[in-house]
Structure formats: C-alpha cells, structure tokens
Design a binder for this molecule. Structure first.
Ligand code: DGI
Ligand code: FE
Ligand code: FE
Ligand code: FE
Length: 188
C-alpha cells in the first residue's frame, strides 16, 4: 500500500501544477469539513488526494476504461468532463490500492453527487466547490453556507453547476439533478 507521502508524490505527478494546487486546496477543505461534521478526516484527505487523478487522462483511455470495466454505460452519452470521477475511482482502486468503498464512492460521486450521499461523499463534493483556490460567482456564499450545513452548501454548489450548464445550453447529467433533489428532501 502507498503511504500518504507516496500517494501524494504519485498523484501529483499525474497532473499540471495548477491542478495539484487545486487538489491541495481540496485536501485542506475536506479535512476541515470532516472535522466540523464528524466524518473521518483521514478518509476525507485520501479521497481528496485522488479525486481528480484521472482529470488529465486522454479521453480515449477514459473511454476504454469505462467500456472494459463495466462503469456506468450512460456516462459515455454525457459530457466528457464527467468521466474523470468514475474513472478516478477505478484508477484509485486498480493503481493506488485503495480498497475502502467509502473512499472510492466519494471519488466516484465527487462531480455529480448521487441519491443518498454519504457523509464522506458530501464532504469531498463540497470541498471541491469551496477549496481556497476556487473563484467563481457565488463561491463565497457557498463557503458561508458550508460553515453551517453540509447540505445547504452542497445544494448551493449543485445549483451553481446546474445554472451554469443551463446558461451554456449544456446537457445536465441526471445524477446531478437527483443529488440536488435528494438533498432538498433531506432538509424538509
Ligand atoms: O474536476 P473539477 O474541475 O475540480 O470539478 P468537478 O469534478 O466538480 O467538475 C468537472 C466538470 O464537470 C465541470 O466543468 C462541470 C462539469 N459538470 C458537473 N456536473 C455536470 C457537468 N457537466 C455536465 N455536462 N453535466 C453535469 O451534470
Ligand atoms: Fe473533479
Ligand atoms: Fe476537483
Ligand atoms: Fe456564518
């Protein structure tokens, strides 16, 4: 198995310096959220280290992994920026020896969320929105909400993604909508 330092060294070598800086931000935010909301900070940090491991993989390689390994087939119908999450979970298990299903799920669902998100899923998905290097309209509102509620922060994050997709006339991945609806239900 990889030590924390070995994992960091191996994964940081898979991406440009800017993306690794983003990953360091997600590590920091994920540990902060885990401590605040009672998730396992070590698992949160491990998922954060690996969450974007496949982000810069060639599309053809991601496509092959999706086809050959029984990942969600309908992923191929949806936009390529979604693929790195599922492929990342596969790679984390195959190449980095991660066996913990909670960590693998947090990687797998970090972009879209899902119905019935676990505490760890929520921490990693929200950390990806609010890490210190993020700068998009509404990010400070999401950061503020994240101080009070994982769910409120995540709903605002998913809403911002959905709004952006609509403004660009892009296709919305159904899980993104399901995740957002389910979080609202959880707060009712
Ligand atoms: O990998 P990151 O840039 O850190 O962030 P991410 O994994 O949350 O999102 C990656 C990209 O995926 C981002 O450009 C927005 C896009 N995305 C997220 N949800 C959807 C989506 N794209 C489509 N088409 N549909 C979605 O539902
Ligand atoms: Fe990502
Ligand atoms: Fe990310
Ligand atoms: Fe406050």
């Amino acid at each position: 198995a990889f030590s924390r330092e070995e994992l960091i060294k191996a994964v940081s070598g898979q991406m440009p310096a800017m993306r690794w800086k983003h990953t360091e931000g997600v590590m920091q935010s994920a540990v902060m959220l885990a401590e605040r909301y009672g998730a396992d900070p070590v698992k949160a940090e491990t998922a954060a280290i690996l969450h974007d491991v496949a982000k810069y993989w060639p599309v053809k390689q991601m496509e092959a992994i999706i086809k050959e390994n029984d990942l969600s087939k309908d992923l191929l119908f949806y936009d390529k920026p979604l693929w790195h999450a599922e492929v990342g979970a596969f790679v984390a298990e195959r190449d980095y020896g991660i066996t913990d299903p909670e960590i693998l799920d947090a990687i797998r669902y970090h972009t879209s969320g899902r119905i019935g998100m676990t505490l760890l899923d929520k921490v990693v998905c929200l950390a990806d929105y609010i890490e210190p290097g993020r700068d998009f309209p509404g990010v400070n509102n999401i950061r503020e909400l994240a101080n009070h509620s994982l769910e409120e922060g995540l709903i605002a994050g998913l809403d911002s993604t959905i709004s952006l997709l609509i403004s660009r006339r892009q296709i919305i991945y159904p899980l993104t909508v399901f995740a957002r609806n389910d979080l609202i239900k959880q707060l009712e």
